[in-house]
Write a protein that binds this ligand. Sequence first.
Ligand code: AMP
Ligand code: FE
Ligand code: FE
Ligand code: ZN
Length: 296
Amino acid sequence: MRPANPFSGPPALGGPVRIDLHTHSTVSDGTLTPAQLVAHARERGLAALALTDHDHVGGLAEARREGERLGVEVVAGVELSAEDPEAGELHLLGYLFDEEDPALLARLEALRDARALRGARMVERLREAGLDVSLDEVVREVAPGASLGRPHVARVLVAKGHAASIEDAFDRWLGEGRPGHVPKERLAPEEAMGLIHAAGGVVSLAHPVTIRDEKQEALVRRLAALGLDGIEVVHSKHGPHERSRFGGWAKALGLVATGGSDFHGANKPDVELGDGKRGNVRVGPETLAALRQRLP
Ligand code: AMP
Ligand code: FE
Ligand code: FE
Ligand code: ZN
């Protein structure tokens, strides 16, 4: 056993204190329950964890209870999908908001309802493409009340032998332009940011690498002008080039350089909590402190 540190939680794997600000549980498309995720964070020696399920804050209470028991700080988080007319799809991470804000909760519920309908349409498309797959099978992969996402469909395709892995299921069936692809309902970036700000939180642009290269900088500038608080500089999909590119914009625009692994458990087997891909994610508690500084 490591000696207890009453101020900052256990040091990560014997090194400096580490946290993770981007994680998913079974409340969306991760494979660990919120309590299991927090227990895993404790095992990994993390001092704090933001649970950022897609369109859902329903896992936060369970995560926090477990966090209090195990000495891991649980930070309110959520990941929203937005559609920008110029840059296309982008993801926004909300942090440190009031997780009981009625307007936020109502909007999230509507987004989840749209996800459930989309799940049924994806299954229809896949059946039209000749695959033996049913909506029941997909729904069985989704925890009660959770956000249905493409990874749930991907798991069924793998189980039924239609794909070799989740990654392969996206490449062949579920990715953009593939037979089972159905677009998701997305908010305007202004609305997504407005929901989080109105609930008293802060917003960071998630994994900017997923936005088309030539659209990234203009988007970041536009969102910054609309009150964006941070940009995810450290992420398991970012290499040194992305980190320095996005880190430079954060500095120039006065945004917090945030970071997280985007851990999804067995749905992304090469991404580890608090560590990313082969150790490319290291985030310290100063990042969380900087986000708190941005709170109104
Ligand atoms: P959805 O929000 O339902 O469109 O699903 C998007 C989610 O699928 C992302 O949050 C990732 O968790 C996952 N995802 C997207 N692309 C891939 C991929 N190529 N391999 C594995 N998971 C993916
Ligand atoms: Fe996801
Ligand atoms: Fe994302
Ligand atoms: Zn994510």
